[in-house]
Design a protein around this ligand. Structure first.
Ligand code: SAT
Ligand code: MN
Length: 586
């Protein structure tokens, strides 16, 4: 008698027709075999064995360098269930169209069966996935990013409780690329890409798109959030989750070296991208990080901006699409030094000044979480960590103040639902275009986003100790086009204000959008910031916000009857408050 897993692997092999099937055990020896395959394929290189032991550089196909949102589909029975913000294909049509591409796709290749756990091995919040893939790079990456192999096989046993994901590189042509999700079946198919969230199916496909569907069914939350612990003087640690879109600084915030360390404030890392949260017996929302590694953006990461991760990246790390120095060390823009002579760019060509960036803007490192010096010693607590604050944020050159606090859970859900952010290189398409990105989940919600807002509201009603909800913006610019706030390690000052609000210590000014710090309630000692810059950072322009609120109303209207009444009411109430304050200040 075969197990449900064996059956699924048989079926998948009948479709993709690999030459052989290898079941992965997650061992170091197996990792080295995968690396061996990658080196033989000629698209990967061993880095300097002295300074970067067991580190490798992988170069992806130049037309496969980021998530491709326009090729990503939610295949629910009706378009309505996927909602207006997702691409939709009907399940049968998707099976047919993508099935044709998967048919025989693994001929001449090996199918690797990769069982993995999302979440700490012994946590009741964790879930099992199995990815069948023909990419050794994906296998190696999955070993860093999840608890992979024997530990997962043993936890699964003969159970059918796993999310299957079938992945083939296909021919890497974007014209024949699809990332499709079947929320009813809890199944993922991906063909034609070997990159990041398109191919490491445990990450966005399972831990966000499919998990968001499961979470709604089961009454918990799957969110695009980092998890951090803020230690305050005396050693107490307060946990916070923060949802920012891809490449907006989640990793840097979660690993920040606090500039208030001498005052007793430091940040402990629990996760940098995804949080699974459920209501625990103590009435708090408890969060686990389902991942075991960090798949972070390399450009802009340096000893000044994120020394913790730089310390972690010097061993056992897989780099993708970074440049390489003559000494076979990885290099990228923003690492801290000028481009050295003899640099090879991410495509493998000699780099010369004026020839563009040496690393791709979405170049990545894949590093085991355990190597991070700032890792919380509680990061694998099976029951998760109690969350006292949820923080939304994006890149907004204008409009949004440095930080504001929502009035209550329902208003906070509205603040998340109205989020917008400028696009980044994490997905293909134009960069720097401001788009609505509710809860930073726009590309990752596996069902109708308006129903997802409804799920948030329902969760709030069940929470005895709901976290306070905040919004931050590190990216506001002055009239000169320069950032007003220094960011990075200085962001701890905002986290401290958030903590002070939770504990009822900090003052705030009530504005139509929520509570903004009074200038003196922020701890700014040691920071050179002009009173004028601070004023601009904390300012709320009612006219601009009124226009924003109107745009939000139009966005919500797209969801028709799915949009919860409470959210529409919040949108109207904000318009009222803003109109009154515009009148008042005239
Ligand atoms: O490529 S990923 O989706 O994993 C990275 C990201 O967009 O956050
Ligand atoms: Mn992400």
């Amino acid at each position: 008698m075969s197990t449900p897993l064996e059956k699924w692997v048989d079926e998948s092999a009948r479709v993709t027709k690999p030459d052989q099937i290898v079941w992965c055990d997650g061992s170091e020896a197996e990792y080295q075999r995968m690396v061996g395959e990658m080196l033989r394929a000629g698209d990967s290189f061993a880095l300097n064995e002295t300074t970067f032991p067991n580190c490798h550089l992988h170069r992806s196909s130049p037309n496969d360098v980021a998530r491709t949102e326009h090729l990503t589909f939610i295949c629910s029975p009706t378009k309505d269930e996927a909602g207006p913000t997702n691409n939709w294909m009907d399940p049968e049509g998707a099976k047919h169209r993508v099935g044709e591409l998967l048919d025989g796709a693994m001929r001449g290749r090996t199918m690797y069966v990769v069982p993995y756990i999302m979440g700490p091995a012994s946590s009741p919040l964790s879930k099992i996935g199995v990815e069948a893939t023909d990419s050794p790079y994906v296998v190696a990456s999955m070993r860093i990013m999840s608890r992979m192999g024997k530990v997962a096989t043993e936890r699964l046993g003969a159970s059918s409780d796993f999310v299957p994901g079938l992945h083939s590189l296909g021919d890497l042509d974007p014209l024949r690329r699809y990332i499709v999700h079947f929320p009813q079946e809890k199944l993922i198919w991906s063909v034609g890409s070997g990159y990041g969230g398109n191919a490491l199916l445990g990450k966005k496909c399972f831990a966000l798109r499919i998990a968001s569907v499961i979470a709604r069914e089961q009454g918990w939350m799957a969110e695009h959030m980092l998890i951090l612990g803020l230690e305050s003087p005396g050693g107490k640690v307060t946990y916070m989750g923060a949802a920012f879109p891809s490449a907006c600084g989640k990793t840097n915030l979660a690993m920040m070296v606090s500039t208030l360390e001498n005052q007793g404030y430091r940040v402990w890392t629990v996760g940098d991208d995804i949080a699974w949260m459920k209501i625990a017996d103590d009435g708090y929302l408890h969060a686990i990080n389902p991942e075991a590694g960090f798949f972070g953006v390399a450009p802009g990461t340096g000893f000044k901006t994120n020394p913790n991760v730089m310390g972690a990246l010097t061993k056992n790390t897989l780099f993708t699409n970074t440049a390489m120095t003559a000494a076979r060390e990885p290099w990228w823009e923003g690492i801290g030094d000028a481009p050295p002579a003899g640099l090879i760019n991410w495509k493998g060509e000699k780099w010369a000044p004026g020839s563009g960036n040496a690393a791709h803007a979405n170049a990545r490192y894949t590093v085991p979480a355990a190597q991070t010096p700032s890792l919380s010693k509680h990061w694998q607590d099976p029951e998760g960590l109690p969350i006292s604050a949820l923080i939304f944020g994006g890149r907004r050159a204008h409009l949004a103040p440095l930080v504001y606090e929502s009035n209550d859970w329902q208003h906070g859900v509205f603040v998340g639902a109205m989020m917008a952010s400028e696009t980044t290189a994490a997905a293909t398409g134009a960069v720097g275009v401001c788009r609505r990105d509710p809860m930073a989940m726009l590309p990752f919600c596996g069902y109708n986003m308006a129903d997802y807002f409804g799920h948030w509201l329902e969760m709030g009603a069940k929470l005895k100790k709901p976290p306070k909800i905040f919004h931050v913006n590190w990216f506001r610019k002055g009239a000169d086009g320069k950032f007003l706030w220094p960011g990075y390690g200085e962001n701890v000052r905002v986290l401290k204000w958030i903590l002070d609000r939770i504990e009822g210590r900090a003052a705030a000014t009530e504005t139509p959008i929520g509570s903004v710090p009074t200038p003196s309630s922020l701890t700014l000692d040691g920071l050179a910031i002009s009173p004028d810059a601070l004023k601009q950072l904390l300012s709320v322009d009612s006219g601009d916000w009124l226009a924003e609120d109107q745009a939000v109303g139009e966005f919500f209207a797209k969801f028709g009857s799915h949009i919860p009444t409470a959210i529409v009411q919040e949108q109207k109430a904000l318009a009222d408050r803003l109109s009154r304050s515009t009148v008042a200040t005239k």
